[in-house]
Design a protein around this ligand. Structure first.
Ligand code: ZN
Length: 119
């Protein structure tokens, strides 16, 4: 399963590469070698939606005393996850921006460590 690269418009992005892509660690196109990623708001939104489905099915299962509803909710959450990731848009990103995002990531991690040690 591959996805269309936003640079060369050929199916050069592996499904797993898309699944784990971010600004700091973008997916690499197997055909043109350029970088692209799924927006952080999209990937976290997919996670939140899945969590919401599981929580709601858990509440429904408890309210109606129907444990299988939890399994149904889990199934729905997984199906939603796959569908949402398939539909998620890949955005092109340059190597420079990816490097910058990684530096900012390290900078934030360093700051957090500093504050963590200071307090
Ligand atoms: Zn490409």
């Amino acid at each position: 399963m591959t996805y269309v690269c936003p640079h060369c418009h050929q199916p050069g992005i592996a499904a797993m590469a898309k699944r784990w892509s971010s600004r700091a660690s973008p997916a690499v196109c197997g055909l043109c070698g350029k970088l692209s990623h799924v927006l952080a708001s999209t990937s976290s939104g997919i996670g939140v939606a899945g969590l919401l489905i599981v929580v709601l099915s858990g509440i429904a299962a408890a309210a109606w005393d129907m444990a299988p509803l939890v399994l149904l909710g889990l199934g729905l959450a997984v199906a939603n996850n796959f569908r949402a990731w398939r539909r998620a848009t890949l955005w092109p990103i340059s190597k420079e921006s990816a490097d910058n995002a990684r530096k900012v990531g390290w900078f934030v991690a360093g700051l957090l460590a500093l504050f963590g040690l200071g307090s």
